[in-house]
Design a protein. Sequence first.
Length: 319
Amino acid sequence: MPASAVIPQLLAKAGELETGLELTWHAPPTPPADPLAPADFRSWPVWNADAWTSLRKNAPNWFYASLVFPPVLHGLRLTNEKAYIYIHGYCPFTLWVDGVEAFAETHAWHATGPIADPVVTLIEPGREYRLALCLEPTEIPFRFNPIGVAVRPLPCVEQAVDVQALAAELRIAEGFARTRRERDTVRRAAAAVDLSALAADDWPAFADSATRAEKLLAPFAGRTRAMTVHLIGHTHIDLDWQWTWKDTVLCARRDIRAAVELLEDFPELRFSLSQVPVYQVARELDPALFDRVRRLIAEGRWENVASTWVEGDLNMADG
């Protein structure tokens, strides 16, 4: 079987693993007297993201969801494992889990979003987790859902990474294969992947087949290791786009903080950042964060590439 037939199946399964658990949001017919201790909200109407016109501007809009983790998902045991709750929203919102505030966003984003680290919770299969979400849009969004909440168990995320890694290995080997013999080696490695085990979520059997496939691909190892691949860490921030200056300021601080925390967690990482005003934002808005950037620059791990005031559109620059 050719790798071109196996890789899409691997990526499709990885996408399935990353989908996570679906949440069904319910909207109260009238604002609840005690928003954090509502009645049985499951009898309330289900919120349809297409019904964005029903949102009330500059007012609290309450939504509720119930989350119950199964003991096993996609063949992976979840008991005492972690789950990631990813949040992406454009309007001010607050999310509570079991009555405890998990995340709050006060800014009305025009184009990007908070992109916060996921909220982490411990999985207790069978227990009901109650989620409350309050949206307070400053404007009514046009034809899109202003908030997204996704729940992804960590075992599923990690298994998706392993599946994607095998797909990448096959794709790289395809690119290196030049002779008929090498192309045949890639085909045999692809045929070694147990697609039946993959479809059945039989991960031990799939792992065994992945090991066999990787052993067949071993002859390519010397050639791939002889290559040097440069990965340059960088964040592109539009100082002037379809958003406000406040968006620019908050986006700059958000991205700088994320990069600093990553570099502090992983000493082997390096990062580069351009645009003088971005550094000015950090220095004025968050001096402590700016000091951390200066320390990383002194260590040679953060490269200041702000040779121009902003990243210009070099296709349009005319003086």
